[in-house]
Design a protein around this ligand. Structure first.
Ligand code: ACO
Length: 327
């Protein structure tokens, strides 16, 4: 059986930056409130010139050059996103921008768990021997869907994309263990939902037409869910990998909120020095947040070959999951 190796990573964020000070001029909030409750200082926001496909393609190009692969060598592109440029999906647009003519491309939607679910999904294709060179991109432009007058949610989110190249290897499988969970009973905690706004008649058939509402969130419930479920799912993934928390060199959680990351690390007895965080600079970039943090830590030399990395995503659905891999 073939194993999987992560051989490259990359990321891209829009140029525009919105600070807490800027936000305090838009809604009733302050730098102090945002920093103490979330750890966020700034976030990058897409402008009209930025598309998710472009950000994804930029991150993917970096990952491909680190892996030493040409776009024409990619077999599969998976884009984890909830905010595609096109509701039919944006992975094919990325395929076209990269010139990855041989690749099959599709989107995967699992909100902030998208990158973790995506990594586990692409690993199955590689393990089965179906594909050898796979590009996984996690990207979101949530700023398009944030209610910028709602201080409860608008301070949290930012935009970006991150990518990894996963390749088949005949040596040790780099994906050591994983676990995925969903619970639709709590779907209402976090929504970006379609709402019918009008009814029309097509011949004798009544159809609804509408659009998507802004993000709605029950922050307290999401917080409670994350702090309870994320340590549990990481422990299960570690158990499957036959490892313990002491074996983890780096913990990269979905960058939703510094307080959630601190609470999860403390429940797992993983010291702060092993927790990779860049939420202060980017806010919550949903499916992009883990590969953004991973790419930064690889390029600044924190993550070294052979390191054991635990990643965990959690968010709307509700969905949550963890993967343990060796860099
Ligand atoms: N500035 C100032 N005051 C605020 C702000 C703000 N931006 N937002 C809320 N408040 C007020 C509230 O109105 C409330 O006031 P009240 O007591 O008069 O009603 C007070 O602050 C406290 O509100 P809480 O909701 O209790 O604040 P809490 O400490 O829970 O922090 C937060 C709120 C940061 C949203 C927290 O609940 C959280 O981080 N939740 C998780 C959210 C999250 O990560 N969501 C996304 C994850 S999944 C995904 O990525 C898609």
């Amino acid at each position: 059986q073939q194993g999987i190796a992560i051989t490259g990573c990359g990321s891209a964020t829009p140029k525009q930056i919105l600070s807490n000070e800027d936000l305090s001029q838009m809604v009733d909030t302050s730098d102090e409130w945002i920093k103490t409750r979330t750890g966020i200082s700034t976030r990058h926001l897409a402008s009209l010139d930025n598309s998710l496909s472009q950000l994804g393609a930029k991150a993917a190009s970096q990952a491909l050059s680190m892996a030493g692969l040409e776009a024409s060598e990619i077999d599969l592109i998976v884009l984890a996103t909830s905010t595609a440029d096109d509701l039919f999906g944006s992975a094919c647009q990325i395929q076209s921008l990269l010139g990855a003519s041989r690749a099959v491309a599709f989107d995967l939607t699992a909100a902030c768990s998208g990158f973790v679910f995506g990594l586990i999904t692409v690993a199955q294709f590689i393990r089965m021997g179906v594909y050898r060179n796979v590009l996984l991109i996690g990207g979101d432009i949530l700023s398009r869907w944030v209610d910028w007058s709602d201080r409860n949610s608008c301070v949290l989110f930012g935009d970006g994309a991150g990518a990894v190249v996963c390749q088949a290897t005949e040596s040790r499988d780099g994906l050591l263990g994983f676990e995925m969970c969903s619970d639709g009973n709590y779907n209402s905690f976090l929504n970006l939902a379609y709402q019918p706004q009008s009814k029309s008649l097509v011949h004798e058939v009544s159809i609804a037409q509408g659009g998507y509402e802004f993000i709605t969130m029950n922050g307290r419930e999401v917080y409670r869910f994350a702090v309870a479920k994320v340590p549990e799912v990481i422990e299960k993934a570690l158990y499957r990998a036959e490892l313990g928390t002491d074996d983890v060199d780096w913990l990269i959680l979905h960058q939703a909120n510094q307080r959630i990351m601190d609470a999860v690390a403390s429940r797992l007895n993983i010291p702060d020095e092993k927790v990779i965080s860049n939420v202060a600079n980017y806010g919550n970039t949903s499916a992009a947040s883990i590969p953004l943090a991973l790419n930064e830590a690889v390029r600044n030399g924190k993550i070294q070959p052979g390191n054991i990395i635990a990643i965990s995503g959690f968010g709307a659905g509700l969905t949550w999951g963890a993967a343990i891999f060796q860099w």
